[in-house]
Design a protein around this ligand. Structure first.
Ligand code: ADP
Length: 492
């Protein structure tokens, strides 16, 4: 199959979140299964600075875009996957991250920037760039690519389209004045298309016009059909339930492998768990906490935002302290949450430690040295740290939602007997429900034989990309077969 994978981010070239990790690794896994997948992202200034080996392959005039754009071609780092860059200097040759200035203010012309990107993806999808290559399927990701399915829907014949939601909270909403500037077909502003409560919604383009929709976990695919998680889009999404499914993200075990991880003081595996204790002691030293292998260490590594339930963790600090546990936090974000964490460290310097900031290397060390990972997210499309934690023998406590529900098996007498238990989950997004799970976990922590079983079962879990890539390939085949049937009907 020929697949064009469109995304606003790709690790290691440009990253603000999990979307970049998926773009950096899923196409490689699909390529390894012998499909011709190519990735397309905008030519941000920082991407062009990093890689010199891009060649100019096309000049494109795009409908509604004043200046012609250039298409550059290179490789996705560490792979043989072709990477196309949409080079439109007026839109992408600027500092900062894909969506904001360095100081965090959103670029005022984001709607124009990503409309240009979508127009270019449309052109490549229709083989209008003179590359002599046309995809069978265009795989779009998140709101920045939301206009690709409606733009493609105007062509016949056309490639099939898949739209993946990595986080429904980000939708690309703009008012009428902005919509006018985009020079899109007038009928795009209608309730049946992208209009949403008197705003123009990029994500609605994907939700209405893509041939299929996926989310990054099966549970999140169910949840976004309810008012609790749907942001008012739940009616539309449930209408598409026959063409909606969830595939859990994979993780990159060449980066997250405690047996080979050079970020951690001592490498270890399930047969050398004493080395995990050495990492624990080094972690306690690093954070100037009392060094004692018998003190359970709770940890969290996260963007500090409401979604992640960090406030629930702060609520239970007194109880963790009473239980003689330690808590380590790595993260940055919301200033109120940062202040709350600083206050907890100040109140309990021998019990609570934190690094406010982003530190990839430290995140590996925390995974290796902690005993229990806290992830009480209010919603979680997939989540990665609960998966890394399992591989590092750090037992996760998660809220029973989204990808957390799909990747962690709660510990019960039954799951212990079946040797499937990998962590602890709780339902209500309240500190008392979190505390109840913490107490359950501590009860088992004090029974070393059972705890070791939990640790080892977690370490054996396989969430590699290969499995998820196979699921995507099967889905591409399903979508293509359906599209072929529809195309016959449309041309009749
Ligand atoms: P999200 O994409 O919603 O932020 P995920 O769990 O899917 O959440 O992915 C977050 C990724 O970012 C993980 O790899 C996590 O380890 C990493 N991360 C988050 N905050 C930090 C931080 N402060 N330092 C290092 N890594 C972090």
């Amino acid at each position: 199959m020929k697949i064009l994978f469109a995304s606003a981010e790709a690790h290691p070239l440009i990253k603000t979140g999990g979307l970049a990790d998926v773009t950096g690794s899923l196409p490689r896994a699909i390529r390894n299964l012998r499909h011709d997948i190519r990735v397309i992202i905008p030519a941000y200034q920082s991407v062009l600075k990093q890689q010199e080996k891009f060649t100019l392959v096309a000049h494109l005039e795009l409908e509604g875009v004043a200046q012609p754009v250039r298409i550059l071609a290179g490789r996705l780092p560490g792979s043989t996957v072709t990477l196309y860059l949409v080079d439109s200097p007026e839109h992408f040759d600027r500092p900062g991250n894909p969506y904001t200035l360095k100081q965090g203010a959103v670029w005022p012309d984001n709607a124009e920037r990503f409309t240009t990107f979508c127009r270019a993806v449309e052109a490549l999808s229709m083989d209008a760039a003179g590359l002599d290559w046309q995809p069978d399927i265009v795989h779009c990701n998140d709101w920045q690519t939301g206009l690709v399915p409606p733009l493609l829907a105007r062509h016949l014949p056309r490639p099939a389209s898949l739209f993946t939601i990595h986080n429904l909270a980000y939708q690309g909403l703009y008012d009428w004045k902005v919509f006018k500037k985009l020079k899109l077909p007038a009928d795009f502003w209608s309730m049946e298309a992208m209009e949403f409560h008197n705003q123009f919604s990029f994500i609605k383009g994907g939700l209405v016009f893509a041939d299929w929709i996926t989310t990054v976990s099966p549970t999140y695919a169910m949840e976004i059909q309810t008012s609790e998680f749907g942001y008012g889009l739940e009616g539309l999404i449930s209408h598409r339930t026959d063409t909606l499914s969830g595939i859990v993200n994979g993780v990159d075990y060449s980066v997250w492998n405690p047996g080979r991880d050079l970020h951690i003081p001592v490498q270890f595996n399930a047969r050398s768990l004493t080395h995990k204790i050495e990492n624990k002691q080094a972690l306690q030293e690093h954070f100037r906490l009392p060094v004692d292998e018998n003190i359970p260490i709770f940890a969290t590594i996260s963007r500090l935002v409401e979604q992640k339930g960090i406030d629930l963790i702060l609520d239970i600090v007194p109880q963790l302290v009473k239980q003689n546990a330690q808590l380590i936090v790595l993260g940055s974000g919301d200033s109120k949450l940062e202040a709350g964490i600083r206050a907890a460290v100040k109140a309990h310097p021998k019990r609570v430690a934190a690094h406010i900031g982003y530190d990839e290397s430290l995140s590996h060390h925390i995974e290796a040295g902690a005993d229990i990972f806290l992830m009480p997210s209010r919603f979680e499309p997939c989540g990665l740290n609960q998966i890394y934690s399992q591989r590092y023998g750090t037992v996760p406590i998660v809220r029973n939602t989204g990808g957390l529900a799909d990747t962690v098996t709660d510990t019960t007498p039954e799951t212990l007997a079946a040797k499937t238990a990998t962590g602890f989950s709780f339902n209500a997004a309240t500190s008392s429900a979190l505390l109840e799970a913490v107490d359950r976990a501590l009860g088992y922590y004090r029974q070393p034989a059972i705890w070791q079983q939990l640790v080892c079962t977690g370490m054996k879990q396989d969430f590699s990309w290969k499995h998820s890539a196979q699921l995507y390939i099967k889905l591409y085949e399903t979508i293509l077969a359906r599209r072929a049937d529809e195309a016959v009907a449309e041309s009749a």
